[in-house]
Every structure is written in structure tokens, then in C-alpha cells.
Design a protein around this ligand. Structure first.
Ligand SMILES: Cc1cc2nc3c(=O)[nH]c(=O)nc-3n(C[C@H](O)[C@H](O)[C@H](O)COP(=O)(O)O)c2cc1C
Ligand code: SF4
Length: 655
């Protein structure tokens, strides 16, 4: 039966039929409605070149069946770079690697736009070596550096640099470019009344504030008529760069009028549920007031997205005509195969994103990483499957690092045995999923355990593993991925009260009193305090250092502090000289006074030993043994997962 002869009900029966439909943007035919939106990876070189690592990252996603990839922002001028390693497209020397990317990826049938960006004041002279520029000389809240206000003639140069970069993109083989007029970058700075106080032709009413954008769109249209031009815009954040709905719609109309081929709506952070930025609140449905209204204002296709983790929502958005295409960013970071899987009815096999935002928060490393996909940024390493065939790996400990070690080893062709003393897979990540707002973590553990069974990994659970157990397996390599014991602080009289460790508390329902003191205000202690306060316990959190949750990224830190405040949970930092008397009174020195608390239970939420060292004797008895450990905080956990899987990827050459 031909497609045309199919009855409507049969066509409906196709999984995600609407998302699977092709669409035309300008003169570009896109195979389906799924877009990988622009996401800075940090995989470019510090000089501004795309790298083979970038190409591999995008190739993996093109192979996964996405319709349109919007390649991460390339700055149109060196002063416009936003982060270290932002690619550049201000000179012909940068075109060659973009050309290579287009050649390699087009073979996969994907269409490619590159985002063109100027960070304006959203950067620093420390990063670029130049003073930031902006419409007016007001500093960005986050960056704080006072920019130089652009002279009128310099604005014409900025317009030219966007057009020139678009022409280079066209020559490189891109199907389109995207102008980022959201995210607080330069074009957004011009649009926003708050950041644009100009009195010339580029300031004042909206038409004037949008002039840079519309001049660029028109300039690209004239210089490269077949190149599609997407304009990314959004309502911004309430506190800055905010565009009210009527202005946003007008910008969409003006852009389309100037020749834009599509509008990409980027939701502002406040429109996304808190889980989207920080995983503390319980997941909620994203309100989407913006996209359908934009769709009603223009005739060109509208891309919408942000916070869509349930693919049925994506299908409905397109089906109900609220958007034409759906952008799925983090879901495709974690699972590049997402489109192929959903179009072939394999939704259950999707690897879930756990909304941890490790990919966004790059405190110590400028490159993207993800605990739900340790192949991110190292795609090439894992393309050479079956390298491990004939070798045997034993993994001790079923935390996330342990589970990923098994998964990567099995996929690379090793035979794998997993030993775990407890009965729960996932260890710290699994127990963390009991904290309100963290439940999605378990989806990842669940996914990995299902995949491991399919891959034939042999599990030995509820078994205290001995040296003999491991040696009997005759392993080539052993990975020890368990945490060690909790470190008990030296506190006089601690034995006068019940003491518990966090894992015991979170993994079961131990009998405990109502008056609880948590010793240790790292992320684990803070979340545990929140968990217990939610259960009606009177919890006090004590921390020796000067800050709570200082071991996590600033956004999560702020949210956990706000959550503790909401629960009226007392938090004391900088405490020292703790003692407990026989009546269960805990005293501590705090801000030159003595703090007194009546306590039933003390939870030792300080530090676990990073790794279980009980199997140290394996060293010298097997070819290789690696002590990796486990972690509670996700960025730390991600490092361990990358460490273990990285060792595996090049292990076969050494064995
Ligand atoms: C690691 C990361 C980097 C991002 N970089 C950019 C960027 O350079 N330009 C941009 O317009 N949006 C950027 N975004 C926003 C995404 O394009 C997308 O709008 C956002 O992630 C919400 O979609 P999602 O919930 O499907 O991930 C970035 C997002 C992430 C997670
Ligand atoms: S790092 Fe976290 S938020 Fe980002 S894609 Fe991976 S799981 Fe999702």
C-alpha cells in the first residue's frame, strides 16, 4: 500500500506522526520537526576554530535522526565571544572547519544552521582581551563590567560583521544561520529598553531598538538570498532584558518583514519550571503562553521548546498548531538517538535527562559534560565498538560510576560482572532520588539497570565482596566504585545520642527522634535537612565552614537555601567546638556565643571516604585495578563517571 492510500487512522497510528513530518524553512526542506537548538559546548579551540571533537559531537546527533541542528554560536567579532572556546566566524580562516562539519553531517540527511552571536556586554575583558561593547554603557548584572557604548558608525560595522559571517556560513555549506536576539546577548541588549538608552536611530521606540536586528536580516537576505535566516528571541528574565509580549510579537513581525525565514522562541528562565534550572522543586508542566501567540503573529515557521522532557507534549504542540518545530536541547544531549528511537516506537529505551544542569554550570571546566551520557565530548572514543572483546571487567559498587562503567564496558565488548553489597542499584544517586524534586534521578538508574540486563552484564547483589570473590572471576581489570565509611567527627559525648549516616536515613525509614541535628552542610546535608523537615522533623543544620552547600553550583545552592528557609529550618555556619552531654544537649560555639540544642538524633552528613579501600590488596594481583569511588553531588559524580569510562575507552590497547 502506498503512503497516499493509507487511511487517516493508520497514518495517525505512526508513532509521533506530527513530529515525523517534514517541513520547509525558507528554501530548506527539513526531514522532521525536531531541532537541536544552539548549545555552547566549549569543544572549540581557544583560538576560535571548530574542532574534530565538535564535529564528532554533532555527527553523533545527526546520526540520531534530528531534522535540524543549530550549531552552537559562532561570534562575529573577537570582542563578542561569550565563553572561552566560543568559535569565531569573523575571518575566512575559520570557514574551513565549518565546511568540514557541513560535509560530514549533510551525508546523514540533517539540515544545518549556525547561530551567529555577539555577546555585547555579556562577556569580560579578561576573556576577550577587549573592553565589552553594548548599546549603552550600563553593565550586565551577571558580568558586572561596564561596557563601552557603541558609536553610531560602529553599529554599522557590527551589522556588516554579522552579514559577513553569514556569507562565510553560506560558503561553508550551512543551510541557514540563526541570529541570537535572546539570552541577553548584543541584539537582545538593543531590543531591551533597560539596556538600550540610546538617543540615535538605534534607540527609543521598538522599531529603532530592533533596527540592528532588521538591518542584519535584510543584509543577509541581500547577500545570500537562498540562506535561511532564523531569529531567536524570547521574553527574557523579569529582572533584565525583559520584553513584554506586545514588543516580542512586534519584533517577530519586524524580523519576518525584514526577511527572516523562521522565528525560534527561547523561553525565559522564569517561564520554565524551577526543575528546569535547578532540580529542587517537583517537576511541573511548562507554561507556554509565548509560542502560540508568536505563531499567530507571523506566517513563517515557529520553533518552540525548552523544558520539554515528555515527548507526547512535543507531539501535541505541533499537532495543535502551537509551534511548527520543537527544540529539544538537553534531551538530545543525553540521548542523541532520541528521534530515531521515538519514530521507531522505542520511547522506553530513551536515556533520560535528569535536569541536573551540569552541562550548563561549568565551574572548573569550560567544556560540556553530562552524568547521563559520559560519551558527550568523547563520541569518537566510543565509536570503535568491540575493542574490549576477549577481556573481562569486574566492577565493585553499583553507584552511577559503577553502572556507567558496566555499560561502557559491555558496549565496548568486554564481559562484565558487577558486585554490589546492597540491594539497590544506583547507590548515592538512587538514595538522592528520595529528596523532593530529585525523583528523576532514579529514571537514569532504572534506564541503566535495564540496559545492563539487555547487554548481558552479570549482577551479584546483596553480597559483601571479598578479595577471593574478585580474583575468582579472573578479571583483566577491576573498578572499585564504592564509597568508603562515613568519617565520624571527634565530638565529646556523641555516643549519648543516636547517630545515623545519610545513606541509612535516605535509603530506609530508620527509627529516629523528632529533634534532629545534621552535622555537615554540604549539598548532601542540606538536602537531607530539607527531606527531613518535609517529613515533620525539627531539623537544625550545622556547618563548620562559612557557607552551606558550597560544594555545588550557585543556582542549586541558592535554591536549597531558599527551600530550607521555606521550611523554617535553622542553619548555622561557622560552628565549632561541639559537645553532647548525657541529657542529649548539644552545644556548639557560634559567632562568639554558645548554641544549645536538645537532640534525639545526630546525622553525620560530613564526608564519606571517597572510595572503599578494603580491596587495595588487589593491586599487583590483577592486571589493572582502578579505585574510582562514588559521589552525591552531581558535578562531582560526573567527573567520576567520565574518569571510569575514559579509562575503559583506551584500556583495550594496554591489555
Ligand atoms: C549547555 C547549554 C548551552 C546553551 N547555550 C546556548 C547558546 O549558546 N545559545 C542559545 O541561544 N541557547 C543556548 N542554550 C539554551 C538552549 O538552546 C535551550 O533553549 C535550553 O537548553 C532549553 O531547552 P531544553 O530544555 O530542551 O534543554 C544552552 C543550553 C544549554 C543546556
Ligand atoms: S547534564 Fe544534566 S541537565 Fe544537562 S543534559 Fe545531562 S542530565 Fe540533562
Amino acid at each position: 500500500m502506498t503512503d497516499e492510500a493509507q487511511k487517516p487512522e493508520e497514518a495517525e497510528a505512526k508513532p509521533f506522526a506530527k513530529l515525523a513530518e517534514s517541513i520547509r524553512i525558507g528554501e530548506v526542506d527539513v526531514r522532521n520537526r525536531i531541532v537541536l537548538p544552539a548549545m555552547a559546548t566549549g569543544f572549540g579551540s581557544s583560538e576560535g576554530f571548530l574542532t574534530e571533537r565538535c564535529i564528532a559531537y554533532y555527527l553523533e546527533r545527526a546520526r540520531g535522526g534530528v531534522g535540524l541542528i543549530i550549531v552552537e554560536p559562532a561570534a562575529v567579532a573577537p570582542a563578542g565571544r561569550h565563553i572561552a572556546n566560543t568559535p569565531l566566524l569573523n575571518d575566512d580562516k575559520f570557514t574551513q572547519m565549518h565546511q568540514r562539519l557541513c560535509e560530514v553531517l549533510h551525508v546523514e540527511g540533517v539540515k544545518l544552521f549556525v547561530q551567529l552571536m555577539h555577546a555585547g556586554r555579556k562577556t569580560s575583558s579578561r576573556l576577550t582581551g577587549m573592553k565589552p561593547v553594548a548599546p549603552s554603557s550600563r553593565a550586565d548584572r551577571d558580568f558586572g563590567e561596564k561596557p563601552v557604548a557603541l558609536k553610531t558608525e560602529e553599529i554599522a560595522e557590527i551589522v556588516d560583521s554579522f552579514v559577513a559571517a553569514a556569507v562565510r556560513a553560506h560558503q561553508a555549506g550551512y543551510d541557514g544561520v540563526e541570529l541570537v536576539a535572546s539570552g541577553g546577548f548584543l541584539l537582545h541588549q538593543f531590543l531591551s529598553r533597560d539596556s538600550n538608552r540610546r538617543k540615535d536611530n538605534y534607540g527609543g521606540d521598538l522599531v529603532a531598538r530592533a533596527r540592528v536586528l532588521t538591518d542584519i536580516v535584510a543584509g543577509i537576505r541581500a547577500a545570500a538570498p537562498t540562506l535561511a535566516v532564523s531569529v531567536r528571541m524570547g521574553p527574557g528574565r523579569k529582572k533584565d532584558y525583559h520584553l513584554p509580549m506586545d514588543e516580542l510579537l512586534e519584533v517577530a513581525r519586524l524580523s519576518a518583514g525584514a526577511g527572516a525565514s523562521c522565528i525560534d522562541v527561547a523561553l525565559g528562565a522564569e517561564m520554565l519550571p524551577r526543575t528546569d534550572r535547578v532540580p529542587i522543586a517537583s517537576p511541573g508542566q511548562v507554561q507556554r503562553p509565548v509560542e502560540p501567540v508568536v505563531k499567530g503573529a507571523v506566517t513563517v515557521p515557529v520553533i518552540g521548546g525548552g523544558g520539554i522532557f515528555d515527548l507526547r507534549v512535543a507531539e501535541q504542540l505541533v499537532k495543535n498548531g502551537r509551534v511548527d518545530m520543537v527544540a529539544l536541547g538537553r534531551p538530545i544531549v543525553t540521548d542523541p538517538q532520541l528521534p530515531t528511537k521515538i519514530f521507531s516506537s522505542r520511547v522506553a529505551a530513551l536515556r533520560p535527562c535528569i535536569h541536573c544542569n551540569v552541562c550548563l554550570s561549568r565551574l572548573s571546566d569550560p567544556t560540556m559534560s553530562c552524568p547521563a551520557n559520559p560519551m558527550v565530548g568523547r563520541e569518537q572514543l566510543f565509536w570503535l565498538a568491540r575493542r574490549g572483546a576477549g577481556h573481562h571487567v569486574v566492577v565493585v559498587g553499583a553507584g552511577l560510576a559503577g553502572l556507567w562503567t558496566c555499560m561502557a564496558a559491555a558496549e565496548l565488548g568486554y564481559t562484565v560482572e558487577l558486585f554490589e553489597e546492597g540491594s539497590i542499584l544506583g547507590n548515592l544517586l538512587a538514595v538522592r532520588s528520595r529528596v523532593p524534586g530529585q525523583t528523576d534521578n532514579y529514571a537514569l538508574v532504572d534506564y541503566l539497570s535495564r540496559e545492563l540486563q539487555t547487554l548481558g552484564v552479570k549482577f551479584h547483589l546483596r553480597r559483601k565482596v571479598t578479595l577471593r570473590d574478585v580474583l575468582d572471576q579472573r578479571p583483566d581489570v577491576v573498578f572499585v566504585t564504592r564509597i568508603g565509611e562515613i568519617q565520624v567527627p571527634e565530638i565529646d559525648g556523641l555516643s549519648n545520642v543516636q547517630t545515623l549516616d545519610p545513606v541509612t536515613v535516605l535509603s530506609g525509614e530508620p527509627t529516629m527522634g523528632d529533634k534532629v541535628v545534621l552535622l555537615g552542610g554540604g549539598l548532601m546535608g542540606a538536602e537531607l535537612a530539607y527531606y527531613l523537615a518535609k517529613r515533620g522533623k525539627h531539623v537544625t543544620l550545622l556547618e563548620e565552614r562559612s557557607r552551606v552547600a558550597s560544594d555545588t553550583h550557585p543556582e542549586l545552592r541558592q535554591h536549597i537555601i531558599a527551600a530550607l528557609r521555606e521550611m523554617d529550618c535553622p542553619v548555622h555556619v561557622g560552628v565549632h567546638d561541639l559537645q553532647v552531654n548525657v541529657y542529649g544537649e548539644l552545644t556548639a560555639q557560634h559567632e562568639k556565643r554558645t548554641l544549645r540544642l536538645l537532640v534525639d538524633t545526630v546525622i553525620l552528613a560530613g564526608n564519606y571516604e571517597t572510595c572503599d579501600n578494603t580491596l587495595r590488596e588487589l593491586e599487583g594481583k590483577v592486571k589493572e585495578v582502578h579505585f574510582i569511588g562514588d559521589a552525591y553531588e552531581t558535578a562531582e559524580l560526573t567527573k567520576l563517571v567520565y574518569q571510569a569510562t575514559g579509562i575503559l575507552a583506551d584500556l583495550a590497547d594496554r591489555l
